[in-house]
Write a protein that binds this ligand. Structure first.
Ligand code: NDP
Length: 479
């Protein structure tokens, strides 16, 4: 029998209602762990509060969780101290008129250390929120049983995805001006973007480079007025509005020019250039939690109402990982404080009493000290030649610099990976400021950078930051 239009309409409405109901039930009934405080007593490596990430949100959460009386562990993540360590001066942190980003983060870390918060220089690579205590595993293989988790993993810089970008990554293309500006002494560079990060990069590059062209896709900057005022005073800067970078062109070693589209008349101009600094926004670091907690379509973790509670009771999120509106260090730290207060309320609600805390005392995870280093430090090409020619096993060289925060963050991971692969590879670190002969000979244009030698020959180069798990995968390829 043929259906009338009205019947078809009814069927469609019914199907939509069933779909909405199914989605609602799925969200409600989505694997929520059963929580019974006595379960924690049978576990080892227990922690009442585990904080993932050590930016402003994580550090503020640590201070509050500890002062609320909970044994607290901060797993520092792949960028200890977070993005503030890559900015120069911070002038909007209440109570500090002007402070270097990395100094501010050091103060926050010292505050935590003074409160006996433990730090693990590692990255969480696996989480299981369908069981309670929540199961976490780090790149180094540490397995933790967390009674509550605060996610403060922040966000990472976006890239443009234009031709030439990945090919010349680390050969003239970068997102870290504070790390790489010294490589561009007397050179011409472009900064892409018109927000606060782009403004910050202009200020960091200006003392080093000959000239900066700032490519802004609209006819105005998005940066705050205070940053715009500072940028407009930069003498060696030209701001080109209505312009978009379309292609990065280079020779076999580095970038030589870029193609720039004029949005108004659609013309494309080729501009000779030595370096491209990208500052086009950020995306949240949430891939680890996909399918376990609710996120919005852009991957930001959803929190409930005025709390920092995620869709899993006992798991909280704070900072740039859940906030795509304000994205300020002060707001992130405030959210971290709220998350610690929420975690405290949760722990009390599930029966975490002083008595339970006492019973768990010898089950808490203790961070072990790192022991002696087996990384070789070299300062000249002669030393490098000697090591690479005399070893049959791979030689992995880490090029770093004091001015590069991500290089400094990676050194503990490099040390730890060196211990893991002791006798299987030789690990060498080179401070680029002390070994200009190596820098020139090997065309180092970015820090951090890694070069792998086998039988005296270069077999691989990697010009970017790696967290510990990526470093382990990288080294494994050559063993
Ligand atoms: P924003 O999102 O604020 O700015 C991104 C900029 O990049 C915008 O100008 C945007 O253009 C442009 N852009 C985005 N995509 C493209 C593209 N595909 N091609 C060309 N241009 C593009 O990001 P930021 O990283 O600058 O800042 C993030 C947050 O961090 C903000 O809240 C900021 O205030 C804060 N921050 C504060 C600092 C400080 O106070 N010193 C320093 C750094 C960051 P359009 O405007 O057209 O969208």
């Amino acid at each position: 029998m043929k259906k009338t239009n009205f019947e078809r309409y009814l069927v469609t409405i019914l199907a939509m209602l069933i779909g909405i109901l199914a989605l609602f039930l799925y969200k409600r009934l989505k694997v929520q762990p059963k929580i019974d405080i006595s379960q924690s007593l049978n576990k080892d490596n227990v922690m009442p509060v585990v904080i993932l990430g050590s930016g402003p949100a994580g550090q503020a959460a640590g201070i509050y969780a500890s002062r609320l009386g909970f044994k607290t562990l901060i797993v520092s993540g792949s960028k200890p101290g977070g993005q503030l360590t890559e900015t120069s001066f911070v002038e909007n942190w209440p109570g500090e008129r002007k402070i270097l980003g990395r100094e501010l983060m050091k103060k926050l870390q010292d505050h935590n250390l003074g409160l006996d918060v433990s730090f693990l220089e590692d990255t969480v690579t696996k989480v299981n929120f369908s069981k309670w205590p929540f199961e976490l595993e780090t790149a180094d293989g540490v397995k933790l049983n967390a009674l509550s988790v605060i996610i403060t993993t922040g966000s990472s810089p976006l890239t443009l995805k234009v031709p030439g970008e990945s090919e010349y990554w680390g050969k003239g293309v970068t997102t870290c001006a504070i790390c790489d500006a010294p490589f561009y002494k007397g050179k011409n560079v472009v900064v892409v973007g018109g927000g606060d990060s782009a403004a910050e990069q202009v200020l960091q590059l200006s003392p080093h480079v000959a000239h900066i062209t700032m490519l802004v896709r609209k006819d105005s900057l998005r940066a705050s007025q205070a940053m715009q005022d500072r940028v407009k005073e930069v003498k060696n800067l030209t701001i080109v509005y209505n312009s978009q970078l379309k292609q990065i062109i280079g020779n076999s070693n580095h970038v030589v020019s870029v193609d720039i589209l004029n949005n108004k008349d659609n013309s494309i101009k080729n501009q000779p250039i030595d370096g491209v600094f990208l500052a086009i926004g950020h995306s949240p670091n949430t891939s680890l939690f996909k399918k376990q907690i609710d996120m919005d379509s852009a991957g930001y973790i959803e929190v409930k109402g005025r709390s920092q509670q995620t869709s899993i009771p006992g798991v909280f999120a704070a900072g740039d990982v859940e906030d795509h509106v304000y994205m300020q260090a002060g707001i992130a730290s405030g959210a971290g404080i709220k998350a610690a207060l929420d975690a405290s309320a949760f722990l009390h609600k599930i029966g975490f009493t002083n008595e339970i805390a006492k019973k768990l005392e010898n089950k808490y995870y203790e961070v072990s000290s790192s022991g002696l280093s087996n990384v070789v430090v070299i300062k000249s090409q002669r030393e490098l030649d000697k090591i690479t020619s005399s070893n049959k096993i791979p030689v992995i060289v880490d090029f770093w610099a004091h001015h590069c925060p991500s290089c400094i963050h990676m050194l503990p991971s490099f040390e730890s990976v060196a211990k893991k692969f002791a006798n299987k590879a030789v690990f060498v670190k080179v401070d680029i400021e002390e070994a200009q002969d190596i820098v020139k000979k090997l065309f180092i244009l970015k820090v951090p950078s890694f070069i792998v030698f086998k039988d005296g020959q270069i077999v691989a180069r990697f010009n970017d930051f790696m967290d510990k798990s990526q470093m382990i995968d990288f080294v494994n390829k050559f063993i």
